[in-house]
Design a protein around this ligand. Structure first.
Ligand SMILES: [Zn+2]
Length: 90
């Protein structure tokens, strides 16, 4: 992976908080209050990535549905539906 400098330098406060520039938040799609990012560490480099919950069955990010803090993708929802339709008790 090659890192590209954004040229943005931001101070860190006593609580360890850093303000992520608005344009970066918008670029990552982090625009709602409470949106989360996941923190990765590579050597001494911190990487921030928009947090996307994974499907508990297949690990995919795409088109997921969240229900009671459990994330299931639409493919797995369809599979579950098929299993339910095939079961004798319906
Ligand atoms: Zn899935």
């Amino acid at each position: 992976m090659e890192y590209r400098s954004t040229g943005m330098i931001r101070p860190i406060d006593k609580m360890g908080r850093v303000v992520i520039p608005k344009e970066m938040r918008e670029y990552l799609g982090l625009t709602e209050d409470g949106d989360k990012f996941e923190i990765y560490l590579e050597g001494k480099t911190i990487l921030l990535r928009k947090f996307q919950p994974k499907c508990i069955f297949c690990g995919e990010f795409a088109d997921s549905i969240e229900l009671n803090d459990i994330v299931v993708c639409k493919n797995c929802v369809d599979k579950l539906r098929e299993i339910k339709e095939q079961s004798p008790e319906g």
